[in-house]
Design a protein around this ligand. Structure first.
Ligand code: DGL
Length: 280
């Protein structure tokens, strides 16, 4: 689905990129892998570093100041160390809070991720849209602006669903998914005034498309889901048009924090083409 990726007007293409320069994808956890999946389809030859701020997970329950400090600090250090040709903040929470600030200080094109309210407004037939995000995302002025600009004549019902972040993380570790987090999120939206008429749900957290099947069952037939991953991948493709790619080392994943990286994580990362796994 198309997105209103917070990408354009400041993102400058890097025609000067070295062929081995990677794309750096950043999230608090495994959510950004949903974006990586789409990037792989369009740019299979692109070297990638996937960075997960697992020491800061979850972002959704943090303050704006905490999130902004983590995201700008980490991306500053990562850009210095890895010289990416482009950074994708594959996280709605981090993008809606810190994208402007990160763009101010980093001299690399930055593509962000914001709730796909625009395509949802074009899709809904009943005029009622549900939005599932983190608690931090749903209160952002950026979301108010998107609603005002693209869905002023619709009813947009927002719900913060932190349990879905945990459920998505568990699913990718191969653990059982907490069904009550899924049904709870659907029921919370349905219980809001007008919620029974929801026919379109914006998955405004990159973790949530990992649970689309489970959410589909919880909402029942007639509800469609929209998220930004494909639109973001297209934007990355546009911004790197004409550049050369050469993968000289295996793509890798970085995790913040200490301790051993569980084997279940390693297996899942290999599935996404990330063969190296390191602490950052
Ligand atoms: N994946 C993140 C997002 O898109 C947030 C998950 C979290 O850390 O709470 O918003």
């Amino acid at each position: 689905m198309a997105s209103d990726s917070l990408s354009a007007p400041h993102a400058k293409p890097t025609a000067w990129a070295r062929p081995a320069a990677p794309i750096l994808l950043f999230d608090s956890g495994v959510g950004g892998l949903t974006v990586l999946d789409e990037v792989r389809k369009l740019l299979p030859q692109a070297p990638v570093i996937y960075a997960a701020d697992t020491a800061g997970l979850p972002y959704g329950s943090k303050t704006e100041a905490q999130i902004a400090a983590r995201v700008s600090g980490l991306l500053g250090r990562m850009t210095e160390r890895f010289h990416p040709r482009l950074v994708c903040i594959a996280c709605n929470t981090a993008s809606t809070i810190a994208l402007g600030m990160v763009r101010e200080v980093l001299e690399v094109p930055i593509v962000g991720t914001v709730p796909a309210i625009k395509p949802a407004a074009a899709m809904t037939r009943t005029g009622v849209i549900g939005l599932l995000g983190t608690q931090a995302t749903i209160r952002q002025a950026y979301v108010d602006r998107l609603e005002h600009e693209f869905a002023a004549d619709k009813l947009l019902l927002r719900h913060g669903a932190p349990g879905l972040v945990d459920a998505a993380e568990a699913k990718l570790r191969g653990e059982p998914v907490d069904g009550s987090a899924i049904t709870g999120a659907a029921e919370a939206l349905r219980a809001m005034p007008g919620g029974e008429r929801i026919d379109t749900v914006v998955l405004a957290c990159t973790h949530f498309p990992l649970l689309e099947e489970e959410l589909g069952r919880a909402f029942g037939p007639g509800v469609r889901f929209v998220h930004g991953a494909q639109g973001i991948a297209r934007q990355i493709e546009r911004l790197t048009t004409g550049q050369e790619w050469s993968r000289q080392v295996p793509d890798r994943a970085l995790f913040t924090g200490a301790g051993n990286i569980p084997d279940a994580y390693r297996a899942m990362l290999t599935h996404f083409g990330l063969r190296g796994v390191e602490r950052f």
